[in-house]
Design a protein around this ligand. Structure first.
Ligand code: G6P
Length: 358
């Protein structure tokens, strides 16, 4: 059955492996060949009438929102803000004249996000929930809802829901964009991405080795990147810390020199994501600063900007869609680090799959 882990030792690995299928299912459902994206007229009309999008979410869903926001802005030309729901609920920012809200939630039950939805419903604003659980609270209480159709996600650490949330936001941004102007065939690009993800999964043994050599023995680790990679590294770091207990930070590479560089010692793991050709040179410079202090580095780089010394090469894809591919090695590194430390990968201490308290 869908909720059976079969021959997998842990759900997290099963759910990582399912990601190419999750992508294909989303393409089939929302981007049928030779047809308009299947989003629903009401949603498109109401978002087009808005002057600003507010994405509200928690945890991994918030990290997915940081990626989606860039697509709403650059593809569809709609100013977009991303907010942590526990903050927005009690410290609401000044809203634009015609806001539209997008709630991202794997479970559809996160209490902090529910509170924000209640508040904005009272104010009479419209909203759309993207969730993996149909008929959940956030599904029912929003004006509109679209399913992530990722299948049940059981492991506490979210993987395939992140992929599904980014993909569905991409489809939505694409549906809102002037597609004549946009040099992108999203269906084709997402199909390429499904193959690229499969390629990483097929070579997972190499990542197990990296995890065992570099991360299992380390008390801490850092992920760095610029542009959209500065958003992905937040998810990369969250994944590693939550399942392995290695204290991990992910941040914009340019910020290293403003504090974190002080933590770099001999053998400190620093993982750099470089998918943006215009920014790779700068990230390499930041990485070199850590190497000069003895860091152990690992680079995840797209093909056109790769150098012989790079560690993991990803195919070239649309820049804003690279998170769908670049997050996968980080998910596997997190998984294998947890495994290598002998932990219960699916049930990290102190955490819950769905947090229904504030
Ligand atoms: C919990 C889970 C995370 C998840 C977050 C938000 O902390 O452990 O994996 O990202 O809640 O959950 P949601 O269901 O709203 O996406």
């Amino acid at each position: 059955t869908e909720t059976d882990k079969g021959t997998y030792p842990f759900y997290m690995l099963k759910e990582i492996d399912e990601q190419p299928i999750v992508l294909r299912n989303l393409i089939t459902r929302y981007l049928p060949q030779n047809k308009e994206p299947q989003i629903g007229e009401g949603i498109i009309k109401d978002i087009k009438a808005a002057d600003r999008l507010y994405i509200v979410a928690a945890g991994t869903s918030y990290n997915a929102g940081l990626v989606g926001a860039r697509m709403f802005e650059r593809w569809a030309g709609i100013p977009t803000e991303v907010h942590v729901s526990s903050e927005f609920a009690h410290d609401q920012p000044l809203l634009s004249e015609k806001p539209f809200f997008i709630f991202l939630s794997q479970s559809g039950e996160t209490a902090d996000s529910r509170e924000v939805l209640q508040n904005i419903n009272e104010l009479g604003y419209k909203s759309l929930t993207l969730t993996n659980v149909e008929k959940s609270t956030l599904w029912r209480e929003a004006t509109y809802a679209l399913p992530l159709i990722a299948g049940p996600e059981i492991a506490v650490a979210s993987t395939k829901a992140y992929i599904a949330q980014i993909t569905l936001q991409a489809i939505l941004a694409y549906a809102l964009a002037d597609r004549e102007q946009l040099d992108l065939d999203l269906e084709q690009e997402l199909s390429k991405i499904a193959i690229a993800i499969q390629g990483i999964i097929d070579n997972k043994d190499a990542l197990q080795k990296v995890a065992n050599d570099m991360l299992v023995p380390s008390p801490n680790a850092f992920y760095i990147g610029r542009g959209v990679d500065s958003a992905v590294v937040l998810e990369d770091a969250l994944k590693l810390k939550e399942v392995s207990y290695v204290q991990t930070e992910g941040f914009a590479a340019g910020e290293l020199k403003h504090g974190t560089l002080a933590l770099i010692e001999k053998d400190t793991p620093v993982i750099a994501i470089m998918t943006q050709p215009s920014l790779a040179g700068l990230v390499r410079g930041n990485l070199a600063e850590t190497e000069a202090r003895g860091s152990k580095t690992f680079t995840i780089v797209t093909k056109s900007i790769a150098k012989p010394e790079d560690d993991l090469i990803l195919p070239d894809i649309n820049e804003l869609l690279t998170p769908l591919v670049s997050v996968v090695p980080a998910q596997l590194l997190a998984y294998y680090t947890s495994l290598g430390r002998g932990l219960d990968v699916d049930h990290p201490r102190n955490l819950a799959k769905s947090v229904t308290v504030q």
